[in-house]
Structures are given as structure tokens and as C-alpha cells.
Design a binder for this molecule. Structure first.
Ligand code: OSB
Ligand code: MG
Length: 368
């Protein structure tokens, strides 16, 4: 097959409520969508980076530049057999995994449609019902956080992740644990600490967290191993894992006991599948992380979450937690026991609402 055209669109979507992490607050998303055409079929991908280079180096604008000026010319009109060849075709581009993943994932959508299978089945997914957790941002007041947790538990979510940072950690966890002694609870620091905080981080052990996500530097694996050896709480790596080799290093060093896999951050399905196989072989559980995705990225996250070793509840939650109106139909919903059911129809399995996308588009570019 050959990619005939790629349409890039930037859409703007205000979040239902702000989302704050240790690196800042987001109120509106600027999302790049990728629409790929191959032989009469259309596939969709989403670039999952943020607007700022505060989670990773990639931003909406760098991704637009990389896709239009480097990635598209490397793949347009070139013959290949399978979506899994895309990483090789894009190999010249160092990093920029989220930009590259959007093209690869759109081609997987097409390949599954051509096989007349839902993408999750085409990928080899084994779990039709995926268990869901939520990621709750830093709030202005602890009471707001407690109310948010109450609401999400009532909605059925199985695991609560709260964002933490120095000054929004021990006292907050203390109150959350006092109010909800037995819930599956975890903290995500988004690299807000250093090893100088070791004694401080040791105090987290008393909260019986399911895991503590990426406490140290965004690009570090080695010192996370030192920290893991000093803590009882399992560490989970997010920012630091970009491909299967990183996961292998983390496992060999004992830098974490769990990994958060984000489809964009690891560079697409081919890499995610490799990480899933590797971690399964080592008995290290993984889960699907989120990047405040629109319905397109969310649908891809659902497909990935059906793979066997995605055995812990992920950050994949209902459309309505993020958007007044999503760009896919049906919207993603979560059952009262905290699960999402993977769809039956071919490819992504959700209808992309082109009219809605057009209404949200601030620019578009067709590459041929
Ligand atoms: O670290 O997992 C993270 C959102 C943006 C950037 C980084 C992260 C997150 C989340 C939100 O935790 C997950 C979601 O609900 O999409
Ligand atoms: Mg994280």
C-alpha cells in the first residue's frame, strides 16, 4: 500500500474543567489530528503532545512542523506492506515520537478496516472490557479534590490517581487516605522531586499507594532504581520510557515495578506492542496512560488497553470528563462498574464526526 494523502488539522477544544499537574494548568487543548488516505480508506490518528514543552519536548507546533516538513515526505507515495514498517520509514527523525505515532496509528486503523476487524482484535487484544481509572489534577483546595474523588468513585472508576508536587503531597494524601482508607490510590509527580527529597518520599510509604508515578527527572531511569530500592511503594515510570529498550533498562535496573505506556510517547503501536510483549515476559504489569485526548486518541487508547498485559486500570476515562461534545460517535462511556467496552465495528470502531471537527478547526493542511 501507499499513503496518498495526509490531512493535518489543528482543533481547539476547551476542557470541561482545568487540569493541573506539577508542571502547569491546562484549560484548552490544541490538538493535531492526522487523517491518512490509502486506497479509498481513511484512517485517523491524534498527536498526543501538549501545547507546551513541559511534559516532553514535543508541542502542538513542533509536531505540526515535524509532520509537514519531515515525516509526511518520508512516507507519502512510498510502498509498504504493513503499518509496522512505518517506524522504519520514519527512523531518520530522532525522537518526536508523538508526531510519528499519529501517522503510524492512522495506518493501523486503515489496516484493521481492510481486514474488516476492530483494531483491538487486529492488534491481538484479549480483553473486551477494560478497567478504568481517573487522573485527578491539582486543585485550589483539598475539599475540591475530596469532592472530585467522591464523584469519580460514585461513577464507578476503579482507581484514583492524584497529581502531586512538593507542597501538594503529604498533607493531601493524609486527608485522602483518612476519607477513603481502602481505595486503589496512586500519586503522579510528573518529575517534581529529586533524590535530595529521599527522606520526604520515604514518608509516602505509609499511604499504601498502588504506585508512585515518575517522581524524579523526566529523562531518568537510573536514579529511579536507587529510589525504588529505598522505598516500599512501587514506582511507575511514565516520562522516561520511550521505547522497549528503555523498558528493558528499567526492568534490569529495578527502576520501577509498573510502567505507564502512552501510545504517542512510545512512538505508536509497533513500539507499544513490543513493550507489551517484553513486560509480559518479565511479569511486570503495565497500564495505558492518558494525555487529555480527544475521541480519536481515546479510541486508540481503548484498543491498546485490550492487550493482555495492560492488566491495571488505566487513565482512559469517559469523554464527558473532558469535553462538552467529543469528536467521535458514540462518545466514550464508562459503565457503573468502571469499564469501557471495546467496539465491534472495523478499525477504530467509532465514527469520526467530521462536521464537528470542521467547526473546531483553526487550520488545516493537505499533504500529497
Ligand atoms: O503524566 O499522566 C500524565 C495529562 C497530561 C500530561 C501528562 C499526564 C496527564 C494525565 C492525564 O495524567 C490523563 C488523562 O486523563 O488523560
Ligand atoms: Mg504521568
Amino acid at each position: 500500500m501507499k499513503i496518498e494523502s495526509i490531512v493535518l488539522r489543528e482543533i481547539r477544544m476547551p476542557l470541561v474543567s482545568f487540569f493541573e499537574t506539577s508542571f502547569g494548568r491546562t484549560t484548552e487543548r490544541r490538538i493535531l489530528l492526522v487523517e491518512v488516505r490509502i486506497g479509498g480508506e481513511t484512517g485517523w490518528g491524534e498527536v498526543t503532545c501538549g501545547e507546551t514543552p513541559f511534559y516532553s519536548h514535543e508541542t502542538t507546533d513542533t509536531a505540526a512542523h515535524i509532520l509537514a516538513d519531515f515525516a509526511a515526505p518520508l512516507v507519502l507515495g512510498k510502498s509498504f506492506q504493513k503499518a509496522s514498517e512505518l517506524p522504519g520509514m520514519l527512523r531518520l527523525i530522532r525522537g518526536h515520537n508523538m508526531a510519528k505515532a499519529a501517522i503510524e496509528n492512522a495506518v493501523w486503523d486503515i489496516e484493521a478496516r481492510q481486514a474488516a476487524l476492530p483494531l483491538w482484535r487486529y492488534l491481538g487484544g484479549t480483553r473486551r472490557e477494560i478497567p478504568c481509572g481517573v487522573s485527578i489534577g491539582i486543585k485550589d483546595r483539598i475539599d475540591d479534590l475530596l469532592a472530585a474523588i467522591e464523584r469519580e468513585l460514585a461513577a464507578g472508576y476503579r482507581r484514583i490517581k492524584i497529581k502531586i508536587k512538593p507542597g501538594w503531597d503529604l498533607a493531601v494524601l493524609e486527608q485522602v487516605r483518612r476519607r477513603f482508607p481502602d481505595i486503589l490510590l496512586m500519586g503522579d509527580a510528573n518529575s517534581a522531586y529529586t533524590l535530595a527529597d529521599l527522606e520526604h518520599l520515604r514518608q509516602f510509604d505509609r499511604f499504601r499507594l498502588m504506585m508512585l508515578e515518575q517522581p524524579l527527572w523526566h529523562d531518568d531511569i537510573y536514579f529511579h532504581a536507587r529510589l525504588q530500592h529505598a522505598l516500599e511503594t512501587p514506582l511507575c515510570l511514565d516520562e522516561a520510557i520511550h521505547h522497549a529498550r528503555d523498558a528493558e533498562i528499567a526492568i534490569e535496573l529495578g527502576a520501577c515495578r509498573i510502567i505507564n505506556v502512552k501510545l504517542g510517547r512510545v512512538g505508536g503501536y509497533t513500539s507499544a506492542l513490543e513493550i507489551e510483549r517484553l513486560t509480559r515476559r518479565h511479569g511486570l504489569p503495565i497500564w495505558c496512560g492518558g494525555m487529555l485526548e480527544s475521541g480519536v486518541g481515546r479510541a486508540h487508547n481503548i484498543a491498546m488497553s485490550t492487550l493482555e498485559n495492560f492488566s491495571l486500570p488505566g487513565d482512559v476515562s469517559a469523554s464527558k470528563r473532558y469535553w462538552h461534545e467529543d469528536i467521535i460517535e458514540p462518545e466514550v462511556t464508562v459503565s457503573s462498574n468502571g469499564t469501557i467496552t471495546a467496539p465491534d465495528s472495523p478499525g477504530l470502531g467509532f465514527q469520526v464526526k467530521l462536521d464537528r471537527i470542521r467547526a473546531l478547526t483553526v487550520w488545516e493542511k493537505t499533504l500529497v
